[in-house]
Design a protein around this ligand. Structure first.
Ligand code: GLN
Length: 482
């Protein structure tokens, strides 16, 4: 029945109509994982309690108590804490960490009756853009196994694209939901900062991190978003927000879409540029108004993002001392020596690089010169977005400068990789919602993603625009290589 190609709504109808049971659906996905995941390596841990969750979900369905996600099998990025289910952050440091509590988002999904198939691969501590810094080995792109799936939520995006879960949660600090979603040809949303509780998300950079959905379509993402949003007393930055599902299907005629000219200048693959500009034309066909706008500080975004995110990461990761948390070393006679050995053995190269950069930026004498300046630039960038939103409803940009590249083409120089985050970090710096969806393919048939960035808490509006595009131009996923 090709269940893995069905939307959440279609599966809901099959479950509620009694055509399939939650157990059958879960077994179907577990079988697919067993057969296909050895090729993809999207999962770090498969949840052995999934069938029990399915039984409980089926009881709710039978009793007529189903919610939109009851009985729907999902995957979670492995930096989202799940009680009694290993949460590794793809790091040796946490390779056998079994949390004693669940993240708020996991609790909410469980309450909604969703099923957790398992925990998905990622770059170590969500630092990276290729899922190759994982301690558990890299994930492959389902469109072409020789290519990167993107990162850091590469496992989540690859699993959704390959039909190894219906939808998934990822986290996004500087593009980690959107870039892998675009590389794997699926839809992903970084919510407005504060819409979704971060409680139980292993922190990377707390002022930038957000958990969000990755799905086969904007509509599937909307259903997940409504299930995980809301104020949480355990996260002081979280806020109540209006549901987004009811905004799906609204007319988008008359919406003003800004195209920031700086984003289309240099450094971008010609095929990506053509695909995004033709998407702009298609929005015009749907009745939208396209307007050229300007975000002059584009070139300051990467330095500001890497300074702020590394400074916060250095501080967040200080807790891994091998005593309270994480890998414990056998080396070292004193506490200090043991701590150093634990961190040296437990963290990979990229994580160490960020800690060094962050501590340097925060250290005496450099604080004013680097960290403080980055915060000032952050404010300037926020103001530039505000100015654009005075005359536009949203902004259309490419999600990444290229489509997914081959592992063999990956650059050694970290600076080259950092620069490729240029189009995604702005939404995190300014706390704005951004959705990516597929707008074309390269000549090698790799998906190309475009992003819509919206006003704060206009997550529903940009999801609706992505949905209108997907339904009109049919870029929703089909079955493919695997
Ligand atoms: N690629 C970016 C980085 O390495 C984004 C990471 C993220 O969003 N978690 O920092």
């Amino acid at each position: 029945m090709n269940l893995h190609l069905k939307s959440i709504k279609e599966l809901r109808a099959l479950l509620d109509g009694g055509d399939i049971t939650a157990q059958e659906l879960t077994r179907y996905y577990l079988d697919r994982i067993e057969a296909l995941d050895p090729k993809l390596r999207a999962y770090i841990t498969v949840n052995t309690a999934a069938m029990e969750q399915a039984e409980r979900a089926q009881e709710k369905i039978k009793a007529g108590l189903a919610k939109p996600l009851t009985g729907i099998p999902l995957g979670l990025k492995d930096n989202i804490c799940t009680k009694d289910l290993r949460t590794t952050c793809a790091s040796k440091m946490l390779s056998d960490f079994i949390p004693a509590y669940s993240a708020t988002v996991a609790e909410k999904l469980e309450e909604a009756g969703a099923i957790f198939l398992g925990k998905l691969n990622m770059d170590e501590f969500a630092m990276g853009a290729t899922t190759t810094t994982s301690y558990f080995g890299n994930t492959m792109n389902p469109y072409d196994l020789e290519r990167v799936p993107g990162g850091s939520s590469g496992g989540s995006a690859a699993a959704v694209a390959a039909g190894l879960c219906v939808a998934a949660l990822g986290s996004d600090t500087g593009g980690s939901i959107r870039q892998p979603a675009s590389f794997c040809g699926v839809t992903g949303l970084k919510p407005t900062y504060g819409r979704v509780s971060r409680y139980g998300l292993v922190a990377f950079a707390s002022s930038l991190d957000q958990i969000g959905p990755i799905g086969k379509s904007a509509r599937d993402c909307a259903i997940l978003l409504d299930a995980i949003s809301g104020k949480d007393s355990k996260d002081m930055t979280s806020k109540e927000s209006a549901p987004v599902c009811e905004q799906m299907g609204q007319l988008i005629e008359g919406k003003v879409i800004g195209l920031p000219k700086e984003f289309f200048q240099e450094g971008m693959d010609q095929q990506v540029k053509d695909a995004v500009l033709s998407a702009a034309q298609r929005f015009q066909e749907l009745g939208c108004i396209i307007k050229e706008v300007s975000l002059p500080s584009l070139d300051l975004m990467i330095p500001a993002y890497y300074l702020i995110s590394s400074a916060e990461a250095a501080s967040n990761l200080a807790r891994y001392d091998g005593v309270r948390y994480g890998h414990r070393s056998q080396e070292g006679a004193t506490f200090e020596q043991q701590r150093i050995a634990a961190r040296n053995e437990g963290f990979g190269k990229e994580v160490k690089r960020r800690i060094l950069l962050g501590n340097y930026a925060l250290s005496g004498g450099y604080f004013e010169e680097y960290y403080k300046k980055a915060c000032l630039i952050r404010r300037k960038i926020q103001k530039e977005y505000e100015a654009i939103f005075e005359s536009c409803d949203c902004i259309l940009i490419p999600t990444a400068p290229t489509a997914a590249y081959k592992f063999s083409e990956q650059r050694e120089d970290p600076a080259a990789l950092y620069l490729a985050d240029i189009y995604t970090v702005g939404a995190n710096i300014a706390g704005l919602p951004a959705v990516t969806t597929t707008c074309g393919y390269t000549k090698e048939w790799m998906p190309i993603g475009m992003s819509l960035v919206g006003k704060a808490f206009a997550d529903g509006e940009i999801l609706n625009m992505a949905d209108a595009f997907e339904r009109r131009f049919n870029y929703i996923l089909n079955d493919f290589c695997l």
